[in-house]
Design a protein around this ligand. Structure first.
Ligand SMILES: CC(C)(COP(=O)(O)OP(=O)(O)OC[C@H]1O[C@@H](n2cnc3c(N)ncnc32)[C@H](O)[C@@H]1OP(=O)(O)O)[C@@H](O)C(=O)NCCC(=O)NCCS
Length: 205
């Protein structure tokens, strides 16, 4: 088996209905916060270079797409699916990493976010630097939230006035991450300086 993960191209358009069928299968389980899209929507994502696909030679393995919202202020990674027979092998992790890299390249200033009910995705997102947040911190672009209408849990979102659902919202804020990194580097440099002066005091150098 050789699973390749890449930005999807024209040659992958033949997998569109299979991708949607796989999403549909997963979406039937109430606990899964994944919404079906039209075949045209998935094809458009592929044609615009905003989709990641995993294939095992000629076989479809997994998929995910990115979409920008609120005038490119936010980018969502959505529609993550791995076919059941390929689960538990690290494929979702590779797809999410590729979607993360693509999002950062195409929208370097955007906050990346996702909605998920799954522990697997929460773990992957945490490793990528995402943090859980309330829905108020996510995009208020109505079109994004309209996308939840085809989710089996939509009634829950409506009942809570669009503030909560079964999904957890997670966000990667590049400004916050850069600040945190700078502070950690400054703290490490300070600690190094202190330990250097300790040894020079001890040995009189
Ligand atoms: C969720 C899904 C994409 C995970 O795909 P996968 O290829 O099996 O995931 P990976 O093998 O890359 O696992 C990633 C991590 O999650 C963990 N994990 C995988 N499945 C898990 C599960 N069912 N419960 C808890 N943890 C799980 C793995 O151990 C791994 O953690 P680690 O890095 O700490 O070892 C897949 O199960 C799926 O397609 N589900 C249906 C659709 C869905 O729920 N999509 C997500 C919508 S947000």
């Amino acid at each position: 088996m050789k699973i390749d993960v890449m930005v999807a191209g024209e040659e992958h358009l033949r997998f569109v209905s299979q991708i949607n069928d796989s999403i549909d299968e997963a979406a039937k389980q109430r606990g899964t916060g994944i919404a079906r899209r039209t075949d045209e929507y998935i094809a458009d994502k592929i044609n615009s270079g905003k989709a990641i696909i995993a294939v095992n030679r000629d076989e479809f393995v997994g998929f995910c797409y990115i979409e920008s919202w609120g005038h490119d202020e936010f980018v969502a990674n959505s529609g993550l699916i791995v076919r059941p027979q390929y689960r538990g092998m690290g494929v979702a992790k590779r797809i999410k990493q590729a979607a993360f890299d693509l999002s950062r390249k195409r929208f370097p200033n955007a906050k990346l976010f996702g909605l998920t009910t799954g522990e697997a995705v929460m773990r992957i997102n945490t490793d990528l630097g995402y943090e859980p947040v309330t829905f108020a911190k996510l995009t208020d672009d109505e079109q994004f939230w309209q996308g939840c209408q085809s989710c089996v849990n939509y009634d829950v979102l409506q009942r809570t006035n669009m503030t909560k659902c079964l999904c957890t919202g997670m966000i990667y804020d590049p400004v916050k991450v850069a600040k945190k990194k700078a502070m950690e580097e400054a703290a490490a440099a300070e600690a190094k300086k202190k330990s250097g002066s300790f040894w020079s005091r001890l040995f009189g150098k």
